[in-house]
Design a protein around this ligand. Sequence first.
Ligand SMILES: [Zn+2]
Length: 344
Amino acid sequence: MKKTILISLLLGCMTATLMAKEPIILPASSNFTLGKYGSFKFEKANDNVFIMHGPIVSPNKENEGFMNNPAVIEGEHGLIVIDPGGNYNVGKKILAQIENVSKKPILAVLNTHKHGDHWFANKAIVEKYPKVDIYAHPNMIKAVKEQGEAEVWYGILSRTTGNLEGTKTFAFPTKELKDGQKIEVDGQNFEVMHPTVAHSDTDLLITHINSKTLFLGDNVMRGRLGSFDDSSSILGNIELLEAVKNDTNATLYVPGHGFSGNKDETIDPFLNYLKVLSIEGQKAYEDDKESYEVKDEVMKKLIHLKDWDAFEKNMAAHLNKVMIEIGEAELEEDDEKEEEDDEE
Ligand SMILES: [Zn+2]
């Protein structure tokens, strides 16, 4: 073979190699990637608190049903996990990422509420740690075990994400935490708050006392709008967030979806959104208008949130819901007045 041919062949090979840009293959546990959403890992968010902020979008095939904010609290001998994620497969990937934070065993799991995108991944943790305690509000335990909420969410997530293999049989929470209750696990102290109705009727807001971190569950979303189901109350959610603003003094606030931050930057955008809905809903109610008649006007007042995921889709539904709540509250007030008048 002539020298020139050999050189050009060699050069050809080299260019092909350079152009192919072979991905560097990392050990499975070091990389959790989800298509266009990029890669995810736990990052130190406060003292001994590590959070993985999931994609800020609705459930879909590409995010594989992962879009919440799993958290790990590291104690001396073990770990406590909050809301491990939305299905068994995601749970296994989260577990691998937890091991990058620490190889200590998982001692307890806390779930913020009944929606499957937060707790279905309990399954992966129970598979590895069969004796792990899983805490939730008693209403959540009842809703998912007895009232069909787990099945409802299995349906929602299999339609939208199709990544539910292995999630059944469900790994339900096993231990109850009621409003105001405190627990200690491996020197880590938690106190929970349960609003009667806010994002749902099963919510726990969890304070990790050691680090002063407040996990808000889906009572706050940042960068996306979710839905308000039949067990929720927008007016209740507003009342709760105003109380949290007044009465808490954490150093880090963690929403159910979207980035964590200080109190105002985390809570205000969502709280103000709900307040605009309630004020405009009240006006429309008093003017005898339907929500669809005022929706475009209200949307203009919220235009600064137009880039939030599912904003257009969900805003109109939320306005309609708050108007129904306002109507119901007025009816209740009327009934109470009548009763008082009867007594006189
Ligand atoms: Zn939720």
